[in-house]
Design a protein around this ligand. Structure first.
Ligand SMILES: *Cc1c(COP(=O)(O)O)cnc(C)c1O
Length: 338
């Protein structure tokens, strides 16, 4: 085994329950784009629906069509743009689409997206009433960082949609669902929080969330570097004194990014530092003693949070999770229910 990704659907169900408590009566829509942020869209989508989410959101028609094959009855909403061919496919597959400018398509249920400050997808005005509009939505740029700006966006949304009746209003992502009660409206589109990752880069436990993903490998080789010897490309780690190191058979091709030098992982349950340059297929950890080959290494899990790695790599958990390579030729994937 090079490494194993474990997806805990029990944790995902508990996260859904925690979000539903926060949301009170607001519907929870589970965002499963990008293969559920690398966690597996079919598994996570089915578990989320089972636990009380009422729809699944994807970024592309292709992602939704792949889910439709497995989830014939699910309500599926495609958040991103689509081509004319995909419009026809969406109609046949019973998908809902988002119109973000350029007219409201006919023949499928449509959510009209207003740009109230994200400055990206979305129109600035509502189109004249179209018969297939079932929802109006907006997307918040700063729900995790600047609640005043998020409130100003919501106010614009409220004004622009005040005259509409009989449509579902939705604006909240995970951060807004957790921190901005007035954003909850009729439905909240939650992604990152479902997976037990903090939208704020903090400890997910602070918001009652549990990480769904864990990632384990092992020491494939343990060796002693003599003082002055180095490990890895560029000789970025030179042993100051005799130092035991362990080689772990994952690298940036597996999603262990090159900027994770210095990150901590668990080796036999103790925190150890990744040293030297991360290469495509291997990383090295500094040990305090000789350990047998085969010793377990927990890269994420058992208290090592993806949020910590995101800080080391100066990115967000979203990007790290999406970047994990789940190709069966590289890692095994196990789905459990705790
Ligand atoms: C990805 C996405 C979300 C989910 O955001 P999280 O921060 O992961 O909860 C919500 N709405 C839209 C339009 C999105 O693209």
């Amino acid at each position: 085994m090079r490494s194993e990704l474990r997806i805990d659907l029990g944790a995902l169900r508990r996260n859904v329950a925690a979000l539903r408590r926060v949301l009170e009566g607001t519907e929870l829509w589970a965002v499963v784009k990008a293969n559920a942020y690398g966690h597996g869209a079919v598994d996570c989508g089915s578990a989320a629906l089972d636990a009380g989410a009422t729809a699944l959101c994807t970024a592309t028609v292709g992602e939704a069509l792949a889910l439709r094959g497995k989830l014939p009855l699910a309500r599926l909403i495609v958040l991103g743009p689509y081509s004319p061919v995909e419009l026809a496919q969406a109609g046949e597959a019973g998908l809902e689409l988002v119109s973000a400018g350029g007219g409201v398509p006919e023949g499928v249920p449509v959510h009209v997206k207003l740009d109230t400050g994200m400055g990206r997808w979305g129109t600035s005005e509502l189109p004249s009433p179209a018969r297939d509009v079932v929802g109006v939505m907006t997307h918040l740029a700063t729900a995790d960082s600047d609640l005043d700006f998020a409130r100003a966006q919501l106010e614009r949304f409220r004004e622009a949609t005040a005259s509409l009746t009989g449509v579902t209003r939705h604006a909240a992502n995970s951060a807004a669902a957790l921190r901005l009660p007035e954003a909850r409206l009729d439905a909240a589109r939650c992604g990152i929080a479902l997976y037990g990752l903090s939208p704020f880069g903090a400890d997910p436990g602070d918001d009652g969330l549990e990480p769904v993903l864990s990632w384990r490998s092992e020491l494939a080789l343990v060796k002693l570097l003599r003082a002055g010897e180095s490990t890895g490309y560029g000789r970025r780690f030179v042993a100051a004194h005799d130092t035991w190191i362990g080689v772990v058979p994952v690298g940036y091709a597996d999603g262990f990014r090159r900027d994770l030098t210095g990150a901590e992982v668990l080796v036999a349950g103790e925190r150890r530092r990744v040293v030297g340059t991360v290469s495509m297929d291997a990383v090295v950890v500094e040990l305090d003693r000789e350990l047998p080959a085969g010793t377990e290494v927990t890269i994420v899990g058992d208290g090592v949070l993806l949020e910590e790695h995101a800080r080391v790599a100066e990115t967000i958990t979203y990007e790290l999770a999406c970047g994990l390579d789940r190709a069966p030729e590289r890692s095994t994937r196990e789905v459990i229910e705790s």
